[in-house]
Design a protein around this ligand. Structure first.
Ligand SMILES: [Zn+2]
Length: 249
């Protein structure tokens, strides 16, 4: 009886030690692997190196600046899935002045322009400084069109892939607007419609700081550019846009 009891104890202790030997290292290995994966993903997302920026990657999550309200366009008609981390932020102006000279900042009309022309933008800032996200940052919006920048071949006619686009609801100078309206039409507009508002500059500055911070984009004029610096036939954001209001130039 006593021998049987001892044998049973030995058997139990043998089985237990076997379990512990087998299970403990496995659990530890899994935990380490998981921590390493999480850490490397987080590091890549927050501080992309130059090499990583040039790498095609899968953007799964919809990313929207916390300063913006969501008001999405149809993804398929205005953008494609983003492949690279953004390196450039491009500033534009837009209005519906050609459709309505008395109500050029009507959001429905402006949205209609995007929908009709199959163009896109990541953010739009209205006259009161409200920021709306028309396309999340994981979508490469069709906003830049064809052009060149800094003699960098990868940007030639491909700027949408490498940039985030921001529209300011605004009407530029008479020269900026010459391709859209006559001088007389321009002069007849309500004075309040010209140029950019204080609220817009303030919101743009906040939005830029957020975007540039998240992708490690330097806050300078090499990386924050106007559409006119990329496309020869564009005049936005134009002569009335004051870059120094953003602390740039
Ligand atoms: Zn533009």
């Amino acid at each position: 009886m006593k021998i049987k009891f001892i044998c049973l104890l030995v058997l139990i202790s043998f089985l237990l030690s076997g379990c512990i030997k087998q299970s403990a290292p496995t659990a530890k290995t899994e935990a380490t692997a998981e921590t390493t994966t999480q850490k490397s993903t987080a590091t890549t997302r927050l501080i992309p190196s130059t090499t990583e920026r040039a790498t095609v990657k899968k953007w799964e999550k919809e990313i929207v600046s916390p300063v913006a309200e969501k008001n999405y366009l149809n993804f398929e008609n205005s953008s494609r899935e983003r492949e690279y981390d953004p390196e450039i932020v491009m500033v534009h102006f837009i209005s519906a002045v050609v459709l309505s000279e008395n109500d050029p900042y009507n959001e429905g009309l402006i949205r209609g322009i995007f929908e009709q022309d199959d163009i896109g933008i990541n953010y739009i800032i209205d006259r009161e400084g409200n920021v709306e996200c028309y396309l999340p940052e994981n979508r490469a919006a069709w906003h830049a069109g064809s052009g060149t920048y800094m003699n960098n071949e990868k940007y030639t006619n491909e700027m949408n892939k490498y940039s985030i686009g921001i529209e300011m609801m605004a009407i530029g100078s008479k020269a900026d607007m010459a391709q859209y309206m006559t001088g007389a039409e321009y002069d007849a507009l309500n004075d309040e419609f010209y140029g950019f508002t204080d609220a817009q500059y303030k919101s743009l500055k906040t939005l830029l700081a957020d975007i540039c911070g998240r992708y490690s984009i330097p806050m300078d004029r090499k990386h924050i550019i106007g559409h006119e610096e990329y496309s020869e036939n564009k005049t936005d954001p134009g002569e009335l846009f004051e870059w120094n209001r953003l602390g740039l130039e």
